[in-house]
Design a protein around this ligand. Structure first.
Ligand SMILES: Cc1cc2nc3c(=O)[nH]c(=O)nc-3n(C[C@H](O)[C@H](O)[C@H](O)COP(=O)(O)OP(=O)(O)OC[C@H]3O[C@@H](n4cnc5c(N)ncnc54)[C@H](O)[C@@H]3O)c2cc1C
Ligand code: FES
Length: 261
């Protein structure tokens, strides 16, 4: 737990906002793929925290989250000015494994997935490709920041308003072809249907060590309440068991995720 204060909180385009907290204890330990659990004191149900991926941390002790206003908590959050005291738990959850120096990282992201994988891109010793999907051009976020890390950014939109018209997974074939013979390492964060489509492709292509961030609704954030469970594979009669995404995840290997009904 770290008490600090909000350094800035500003709207970006299209319903997203960027909030920067001064929380040096968390920022120092944060790894890519982990999240913070934010208590929003001004909220009626203020006991329930809200989880957000750590998008970036800097040496001055700041920690950045990119969030979309979707309900009460994020609406109140979006109204908090710089200087407001904050109460964050973290860093929580299992992080992504950094790519080795001889691996080319390929990140597949949708929704706030580009924000959730930005720290991974920044810290990765080798730079690869970000495949970013969205409904429309306006929903593609952080493309410039990603390009500045050295990653090549390739986009898809459902309506064809920018990049490839179709699903982000459609962009994979070109990557497999172009990087034939290279060691690829896959990472993903985005809507569940995207992850459920991506996982089997990675397994079929031999990338069982690809890592998917399964961001599920959460409550306690520390493994105590079982509100956040997803099915993962298990050596039992059913072939699966429940895993707490806050504790055992949110990052899981592609070959651990259960893709059945
Ligand atoms: C590990 C993790 C990391 C996350 N990182 C980010 C992030 O970097 N940026 C960001 O914008 N959001 C992120 N989220 C989602 C974020 O936690 C929710 O949007 C937020 O809690 C909504 O709070 P609220 O009170 O505004 O909305 P609520 O009133 O609680 O919910 C409003 C709507 O949002 C939906 N919702 C709530 N939580 C989630 C969720 N986890 N996944 C999908 N839909 C949800 C609800 O079903 C409902 O339809 C993350 C969630 C998890 C579990
Ligand atoms: S949110 Fe309580 S166990 Fe995961």
């Amino acid at each position: 737990m770290d008490h600090g204060e909000i350094i800035c909180n500003e709207p970006l385009d299209h319903g997203y906002s960027r909030i920067k907290f001064h929380v040096p204890d968390i920022a120092e330990k944060a790894q890519a793929g982990q999240f913070v659990h934010v208590r929003i004191a001004a909220l009626r149900d203020r006991i329930l925290r809200r989880p957000f991926s750590i998008s970036n941390v800097e040496e001055d002790g700041s920690l950045t989250v990119i969030y979309k206003v979707v309900g009460d908590g994020t609406t109140v959050l979006s109204m908090l000015p710089a200087g407001t005291p904050c109460d964050l738990m973290g860093p929580l959850g299992k992080a992504y494994t950094m790519p080795e120096a001889d691996e080319v990282p390929i990140i597949v992201a949708g929704g706030y997935g580009s924000a959730a994988t930005y720290l991974l891109a920044r810290r990765a010793p080798t730079k690869g490709v970000l495949l970013l999907g969205a409904r429309t051009k306006d929903d593609l976020i952080l493309t410039e920041e990603f390009a500045e890390t050295g990653f090549e950014v390739r986009c898809s939109t459902d309506d064809g308003s920018f990049g490839h018209k179709g699903l982000v997974t459609d962009l994979l074939d070109d990557v497999f072809e172009e990087y034939k013979g290279k060691k690829l390492r896959f990472y993903a964060c985005g809507p569940t249907p995207m992850l459920m489509a991506l996982g089997p492709i990675l397994l079929e292509k031999g990338y069982a060590d690809g890592e998917l961030s399964l961001d599920h609704l959460m409550c306690c954030g520390v493994g105590a309440c079982f509100a956040c469970v997803v099915r993962i594979k298990a050596n039992n009669e059913d072939g699966w068991r429940y895993a707490r995404t806050c504790k055992e995840g949110p990052v899981f290997r592609a070959d651990a995720v259960w893709y059945g009904d």
